[in-house]
Design a protein. Structure first.
Length: 207
C-alpha cells in the first residue's frame, strides 16, 4: 500500500549550460506520466542557453546563476543550494552542465546528484573531457565501442559510482559528429531511466 512519501512525485532540479536536449527528454517523460517526477527548477550558468528557453516555454521556474551573477565561488555555491532548496528539489540532474559543483551543493544533495557522460566511464572521462572532445578521443584510440554513462556526482570529475551504462558500437567510418549523434540517442533513453530509479524509491530513501 503506497504511503504519502511514495505518493509524492520526485522533484528535479536541472542544471544545464547549453541546448538542454537531455533535459527535454526527461521533461517529456515527466509530462507524459512515464516518470513519476516533476521538474521544480532549471538553473543555467549561461543566460542564453537553450535549456532556459525550453524551461520558459514549459512555464517552469528558471535561474541564471554564474560567475557573472556571483563572482565569488562560495557565493555561487550558496546561491545554487538556496534555489534548489527553495523549490523542494529531491534530485539534482546535471544535463550538460559545464561547471563543477561546489562543496555546499555536493554536501546538501549527497548521493542525489546525477550526471550523464557521453562515453563508457571510467574510459574517456575526467577534466576537459566533454562534448566532441570525448568522441574525438574515442575515435583516435580506435575503440570498438563507446556509449553513455549515468553516474552519481562527487567532488571529482566523472568519478562517482556508475548507475547505468549503454554501449554504442563505433563504426569504421565514424566521425566525432556521427558518433555523437548515435550516443545522444542513447542518452535520451538512459537519462530518464536513471531518474526513474530514484522516482521509484520512497522519498525517505532518496533524500
Amino acid at each position: 500500500m503506497a504511503n504519502s512519501a511514495q505518493a509524492q512525485p520526485l522533484c528535479l532540479g536541472v542544471l544545464a549550460s547549453h541546448g538542454g536536449t537531455n533535459f527535454q527528454a526527461i521533461l517529456n517523460q515527466c509530462q507524459s506520466g512515464e516518470l513519476r517526477a516533476q521538474v521544480g527548477v532549471v538553473i543555467s550558468n549561461n543566460s542564453q542557453s537553450g535549456a532556459l528557453e525550453r524551461a520558459r516555454n514549459a512555464n517552469l521556474p528558471v535561474a541564471h546563476l554564474s560567475s557573472v551573477t556571483h563572482p565569488e565561488s562560495d557565493a555561487l555555491d550558496r546561491a545554487i543550494e538556496n534555489v534548489l532548496v527553495q523549490y523542494g528539489v529531491n534530485l539534482v540532474v546535471l544535463a550538460g552542465y559545464m561547471k563543477k559543483l561546489g562543496p555546499r551543493v555536493l554536501a546538501a544533495f549527497s548521493n542525489r546528484i546525477i550526471n550523464i557522460h557521453p562515453a563508457l566511464l571510467p574510459a574517456f572521462g575526467g577534466r576537459g573531457m566533454y562534448g566532441e572532445r570525448v568522441h574525438q578521443a574515442v575515435i583516435e584510440c580506435r575503440a570498438q565501442f563507446s556509449g553513455a554513462t549515468v553516474h552519481l556526482v562527487n567532488e571529482e570529475y566523472d568519478q562517482g559510482p556508475i548507475l547505468l551504462q549503454e554501449i554504442v558500437r563505433v563504426l569504421p567510418d565514424d566521425t566525432p559528429e556521427t558518433l555523437a549523434a548515435r550516443v545522444l540517442e542513447v542518452e535520451h533513453r538512459l537519462f530518464p531511466a536513471a531518474v526513474g530509479l530514484f522516482a521509484e524509491m520512497p522519498l525517505s530513501q532518496s533524500t
